[in-house]
Design a protein around this ligand. Structure first.
Ligand code: BGC
Length: 765
């Protein structure tokens, strides 16, 4: 229940406010700012987009990116930066964004986006990090730590289960609690607990029938009680349907303002006794305390002028670290910048780069490096350019012919393909994973004309690879790489830098193989998360599906060796320390992402074949080796069961390698931990009772007499198998028919349930 704390520094301020003044603080003053109360010295604060750049609109305002904004650095969107697997770099990006926010009078920047990429069809995939919750959470938390340090608030979004654009403002994401807790919430949890963002943005959609903005389970129980969030919750722009219900559920600030409609509704609810005024005080208090804290921190931060050149360099560094080299047959890459004949650069994206996605995150960049200019500047070899295709998808045979001729007479081709802006954006989902037929046809002709072709992809979410492109000797996934994407790619092409990226999402062979395929995007207002916890590689690996490129994959220009895996476990606890050595065995410096997966050898519930539980990005000189130490706590082994986070005693495999299907080193650890028993109920079967640490003692031997007379020998099946699936209730009623002197089956069951469940305590398996 809300309560006024005497020690709360804004308590006296709130006590001086009228109800109308308090309520005025609960929705925006203007499209991008909160209301001020001048007589009490309460300032208006500016909130604006968005995750990879500051979109500060001084003129006409909108939340879909159609009006101009002030110039700011367009850092690589999360699709790219997720592939960096580099929290330190994300923290630097957060800090740089904080500095640009301050320069543009922005108090809260609306990011990061840590929703899970449930399907590559999601139109906003480019704004999210990964299909994996650990990777998304580690990167989200780092970004938040970086920006919050500057006294600018973060707003982690879109909380929660906002995984599609189709009907995003109304659809109900129908997800079981286990999938929420294991897949869709942990990135928010980690970002909140470790990053401590000032604000959380609730999403538009419903979760199991209740709008996120009105969902007290989500906003109060999970976010505040379970995770200890102390900042304020802001609505996504226009996400509030019933303002009073939203306040009651735990929403603090509605954005943007609604011309007084929401304020009137909240005041009426208080006056009619439907809403406790103390809840309003609580929301006001959270908003004021958060803003005060930001202003205090800002006072401590040094306010040096923004160095846009340095930020451009940082954007380039992040893009380099996010570039994923998928194929490099015969060591075609890196290219020699000095020796060799003509390099044919083909593809409109080389001249007109696609480096960010459309919608609310659209940034007006301070400058843009094109790959064509950067390549031409970097090499003394002759460089030709042909557009090859038009971005509007229209067929232009002259462009095609010119490109094929250029490919024919060049020594090597760098072919830029990808998704044009019209094919992926906030606001709508993709309907297929293909590159356009025009580009596919061009690729076919170019590779036929010159097999020494390196294909560079620009897209915000994975595309499927037609055989000709998949077989090209060089293949680079460059994502949407931010304003410095062209120069970053050039560094990688010529080997000035390593391709530092590793896939943060699986590249499937076909849309039909994707886990959510049969349930996407739902119908009649509901989308069923029928694949449950089997998202991304959890699905492909568990079902043993061949994929084009697995989660975590990416080549280097050098080679790495893994050795000496050691696992040390604290007896009686899940706490486990894993260590191993990674050595750069090649003759040049390089980057590797060492990944640790856990496989539960035997569990009482279905579990994914393996799950990422730790990783570390390493930069190693030629010949250098490093000992990696990863500490695993109980959550690394836990699943979400009826009794909450549950770790079962037994064996777990620790798999270490460079992607989800490259488990080079494996060691086993046996956890000798107390097992938390799931409560037994009236429907529990004999199997459930036998698996229960107390219940098993109670029913042990109870049915032994049944086998007398020898009938099971006839079938050859043991009795426990035959009757184990029956509810104890049913078995007891059979027993009581046989023996009329005993108390009734119902009483017996009640007595046993009491005894079993009152010892919630625990025994080792
Ligand atoms: C988007 C948010 C964004 C907000 C403000 C919404 O449509 O979903 O991500 O922060 O607009 O532009």
């Amino acid at each position: 229940m809300p309560h006024r704390q005497e020690g709360n520094p804004v308590h006296h301020l709130i006590a001086e406010m009228t109800l109308e003044e308090k309520v005025s603080l609960l929705s925006g003053g203007e499209f991008w700012s909160t209301e001020a109360i001048d007589r009490l010295g309460i300032p208006s604060m500016v909130l604006t987009d968005g995750p990879h750049g500051v979109r500060r609109q001084q003129g006409a305002a909108d939340h879909v990116g159609v009006h101009e904004s002030e110039p700011a650095t367009a850092f690589p969107p999360a699709a790219a930066s997720g592939s960096s697997w580099d929290p330190a770099l994300l923290a630097e990006m957060g800090q740089a964004l904080g500095k640009e926010s301050l320069a543009l009078d922005v108090d809260v920047l609306l990011g990061p986006g840590v929703n899970i990429k449930r399907s590559p069809l999601g139109g906003r995939s480019f704004e999210y990090f990964s299909e994996d919750p650990l990777l998304s959470g580690v990167l989200g938390a780092a970004w938040v730590r970086g920006i919050e340090k500057t006294g600018v608030g973060a707003s982690v979004k879109h909380f929660a289960a906002n995984n599609q654009e189709t009907d995003r403002m109304t659809v109900s994401a129908d997800v079981d609690e286990r999938s929420l807790r294991e897949i869709y919430l942990p990135a928010f949890e980690r970002t909140v607990v470790e990053g401590r963002p000032s604000t959380v943005m609730c999403s538009y959609n419903k979760i199991n029938g209740v709008y996120a903005s009105q969902n007290s389970w989500l906003l109060s129980k999970v976010l505040r009680e379970d995770w200890g969030f102390t900042g304020y919750v802001v609505s996504d722009w226009g996400a509030v349907v019933d303002p009073a219900a939203a306040v009651a559920a735990g929403l603090d600030l509605e954005m943007p303002p609604t011309g007084g409609r929401s304020e009137n509704a909240i005041i009426a609810a208080v006056q009619e006794g439907r809403l406790d005024e103390a809840l309003i005080d609580q929301a006001v208090s959270r908003i004021l305390l958060t803003h005060d804290e930001l202003l205090r921190r800002r006072g401590e931060a040094t306010e040096a002028p923004v160095n846009f050149d340095a930020h451009h360099t940082l954007a380039r560094r992040i893009a380099v670290e996010s570039t994923v080299l998928l194929r490099n047959e015969g060591g075609l890459l890196p290219l020699d910048p000095e020796t060799g004949a003509t390099i044919a650069v083909i593809g409109e994206f080389a001249r007109t780069p696609r480096f960010q996605g459309a919608g609310s995150s659209f940034v007006n960049p301070t400058r843009v490096d094109t790959a064509l200019d950067s390549i031409t500047a970097r090499t003394s070899r002759p460089v030709t350019f042909s557009a090859g295709f038009r971005l509007d998808g229209e067929i232009d045979l002259d462009l095609r012919e010119e490109a094929v001729a250029a490919a024919h007479s060049a020594e090597i081709v760098v072919l830029f393909l990808g998704l044009p802006p019209s094919e992926e954006s906030e606001g709508f989902d993709r309907t297929h994973l293909d590159i356009s037929p025009v580009q596919q046809d061009l690729a076919h002709a170019v590779i036929n004309a010159n097999p020494r072709t390196i294909v560079v992809l620009s897209n915000g979410a994975v595309v499927t690879l037609p055989p000709k492109i998949a077989a090209a000797p060089g293949l680079i996934e460059a994502w949407l790489g931010g304003q410095a994407s062209g120069s970053a790619l050039t560094e990688v092409l010529f080997g000035d830098s390593e391709p530092g990226g590793r896939l943060a999402e699986t590249i499937p062979l076909s849309l039909k193989h994707t886990p959510a395929y049969a349930n996407w995007p739902g119908s009649n207002g509901n989308v069923l998360y029928g694949e449950r916890i089997y998202v991304g590689y959890r699905w492909y690996d568990t079902t043993d599906r061949t994929v084009a490129y697995p989660f975590g994959f990416g080549l280097s220009y050098t080679t790495f060796e893994y050795s000496d895996l050691e696992v040390q476990n604290t007896p009686g606890e899940a706490q486990t320390v894993v260590s191993f050595t990674v050595k750069n065995t090649g003759n040049r410096a390089g980057a590797e992402v060492a990944q640790l997966y856990v496989h539960d050898v035997e569990a009482s519930v279905d579990r994914p074949l393996r799950e990422l539980k730790g990783f570390e990005k390493l930069h190693l000189e030629a010949g250098e080796e490093r000992r990696v130490i990863i500490e695993l706590d109980s959550r690394a082994f836990a699943f979400w069961g009826p009794a909450g986070w549950t770790v079962e005693a037994g064996d777990f495999d620790i798999q270490v390698g460079s992607h989800s299907r490259d488990t080079r080193l494996t060691a086993s650890v046996t956890l000798d931990v107390p097992t938390v028993a799931n409560p037994l109920n009236e429907d529990s079967t004999l199997h459930d009772w036998m698996a229960h640490p107390v219940g098993s003692h109670l029913v042990n031997g109870m049915f032994d007499g049944w086998a007398e007379g020898g009938s099971t020998e006839v079938t050859g099946i043991d009795l426990f198998k035959l009757i184990g699936g029956m509810p104890l209730r049913t078995l007891l009623s059979f027993n009581s028919q046989a023996d009329e002197n005993k108390y009734s089956a119902t009483e017996a069951l009640e007595r046993l349930l009491n005894e079993a469940n009152n010892h919630r305590e625990v025994a080792s398996r």
